[in-house]
Design a protein around this ligand. Structure first.
Ligand SMILES: [Fe+2]
Length: 406
């Protein structure tokens, strides 16, 4: 082959990859926008099977392997979340090299109306997870929902990927506030103060909290968040957990998947044995021990309105946390609350109004008892796992062996 021919072949191969990457993106978008089960099966499942076949026929390279892995992960998740196709997921997870998977009751979770029927007054989660409904005043929720609405300046000014199909150039970003008696300079200080009181009432160690860190997410229904430990600076200098982490749901029930909180900590020598699902619901607050492994299960099934987003505001409470960055308009982990500027208008939406607290309605939160803790993981193929069967494991297996939808 001449140099020219070699160059042409390489170019052709790159074009093929690009075309298939584009197809995968289109399938992901179709999944986010699917409003019927039939669309999921026709466009997503069939589309991914077709794509996997094409990628398998390509010349092996790191690019092809990454594409194959992404397509298989999406396919396995879609199959596992479909009650009729669930059984087909194991072959795909095995092809991914996974030996364990999030349990069927987790990935293919009951919808909230069924979940409510499952609530058995069990309280085995109360040392680890507490959930409150009607947790904040109607005015506070309405203001937060406005400030973090999918089309608000907060997301665009952080270049956040609210569509869920592309990268977010700035990565993770959060803001840190000192707790009272420091003066409440912003409305976010007022919100933090309310959530702080709720958490203090439920978690004894909260008496040591001196700082609050907040961040937010705005995701399509079928998007999720991989299992992780909340950590200072995303664990860059070793994992250090907050005292307590909280999630405030700003959108309706049924939009997006549940938060999964497990009993696994960094010190655990086994995978989580029990997990609890907290479904999103407007004005619900989920609070959990900051040491616990948790994530968001991708929303299953179709979505009523593809333009809707699952919006959540997270507040973690710390004994100590270092504020980072070089001042305003420098988004990243643990920044101080910025001032409004020519490029940042969103801080104005969270400006403190002097009369805010006195004009808000009194709040009477009601505690929600979650369904009994359930197994978090299952073997993909118990027989094939042999001595690596889940019940025989003596240590936490590597992340790559555990399928969780990503
Ligand atoms: Fe988290």
């Amino acid at each position: 082959m001449s140099v020219q021919e070699g160059f042409t072949t390489k170019r052709k191969r790159e074009d093929e990859y690009e075309e298939l990457e584009k197809q995968l993106l289109e399938i992901r978008t179709a999944r986010f926008q699917a409003t019927t089960e039939d669309q999921i099966r026709t466009f997503v499942v069939a589309g991914l099977q077709n794509l996997i076949e094409k990628v398998s026929n390509l010349r092996k390279s790191s690019k092809a392997r990454a594409l194959l892995r992404a397509a298989r992960s999406q396919l396995a998740l879609t199959l596992y979340q479909d009650t009729e196709l669930f059984w087909k997921g194991d072959a795909v997870a095995t092809a991914l090299g996974c030996k364990y998977k999030l349990a069927r009751a987790v990935m293919s979770y009951d919808f909230p109306e069924h979940e409510a029927a499952c609530v058995d007054g069990n309280d085995d989660h109360r040392d680890m997870v507490r959930v409150l409904d009607k947790a904040l005043s109607a005015q506070m929720l309405a203001r937060l929902a406005r400030a973090f609405a999918p089309r608000s300046a907060f997301w665009s000014e952080h270049q956040y990927d609210a569509v869920g199909t592309g990268g977010r150039p700035l990565g993770y970003f959060s803001y840190v506030h000192a707790l009272a008696p420091t003066t409440s300079d912003t409305y976010m200080d007022t919100v933090i103060d309310e959530v702080y009181k709720l958490a203090c009432d439920k978690f004894e160690d909260m008496r040591h909290a001196r700082y609050a860190e907040w961040w937010a997410h705005c995701r399509p229904h079928s998007s999720g968040h991989q299992m992780h430990f909340d950590s200072d600076d995303e664990g860059n200098c070793g994992v250090r957990n907050p005292i307590c982490s909280t999630v405030i749901y700003l959108t309706r029930a049924g939009l997006g998947g549940p938060t999964l909180v497990t009993d696994q900590t960094l010190a655990s020598t086994r995978l989580a044995e029990k997990g609890w699902l907290c479904h999103p619901r407007y004005n619900r607050v989920c609070m959990f021990d900051g040491k616990l492994l948790h994530g968001v299960v991708p929303g299953r099934g179709p979505v009523e309105d593809p333009s809707e987003r699952r919006v959540s505001l997270m507040i973690a409470f710390w004994r100590d946390i270092q504020v980072r960055g070089n001042g305003d308009n420098d988004p990243g982990a643990a920044r101080s609350f910025p001032s409004a500027s020519a490029t940042y208008s969103w801080p104005r939406d969270l400006k403190q109004e002097p009369s805010t607290v006195t004009t808000e309605d009194p709040v009477e939160p009601t505690e929600v008892l979650l369904a009994r803790g359930r197994p978090v993981w299952e073997d993909v193929d118990r027989k094939a796992n042999g001595f690596m069967e889940l019940s025989k494991l003596l240590c936490v297996p590597s992340y790559a062996l555990c399928f969780q939808g990503f």
